[in-house]
Design a binder for this molecule. Sequence first.
Ligand SMILES: [Zn+2]
Length: 318
Amino acid sequence: MARREVPTRWKSGMIEVAPRVFAYVQAAGMDPAGDTGVANSGLVLGHEGNVLVDALMVPSMTRKLVAAIKKTTEKPIATLINTHHHLDHTGGNRFFRGATRIASEKCREALAPGFPPVPILKSFMPRFAREFGRLEVVLPTVTFKDHLVIHVGDREIQLWHPGFAAHTVGDAVAYLPKERVLFAGDIAFHYVTPLAFQGHVGGWIEAAGRLLEYDADVIVPGHGPIGTKKELASMRDYLVLVRREARTRFDAGMPAEEAARDIKLGVYASWSDAERILPNVMRCYQEWRNELDVPMDLPRMLDGMERLRGRATDHTCL
Ligand SMILES: [Zn+2]
């Protein structure tokens, strides 16, 4: 029964979630090649200039976003917030060179060395391979440690970084208290399997719990459809399940890939990109071995995910 509650497609485009506050949701859901790289943005209109939350990944995506912004407002983007350093949120920064670009200190630090090498990106996100040669890092211009408030006319946008690693080392959320809207970046994935390949699963569970205490009626996730606390809680429960099940197998000496194959995901098996369980389990193992500083072996991770995706397809056919 629960299975039927999982949407495989959702409303996309520029969607007003509060007066003059928009979520820009990219069409996603159940692409056989996966939806990695297909992220969301947010737009807050002000009388003098607008605030954008995240800039998407490749030029074809950000151009569509820019066109949608132009249909919504004549004013420029004065401020860009990056919720974290990942390419699918910062790749489009170069379209907003005139804007003040804000991120957490840790986000800027993580972005400064540049994007991952193109061959890795191509195998990670083959759908967008053609555009990876044209990427350029454009860094944030203003950084903050834990909190920062942006005043847009009489609106308040509160930025918060948890102070520890969750999805990445430098996650930030943007919260509009009066409008009760939370742009959660990649601390929230709705109906799309969360991906912790550079994260800290324990910290992520903690950060998601903190977001569930916000007075928010609308949560715009980094990936998936606009939702509420229900969707965020569901994602948090996925991470709790994976971490708990991985721990038993870790203690029994089971290798990560075998554990990823062995864990029963229940309703989460129907979320898109379910094979991300492998990096999530690998990251838990690294956490318990105190090896989180060791970068993930990406080629090995991608090979393993491919093998798991094969398994997922077999299951669907049965
Ligand atoms: Zn993302």
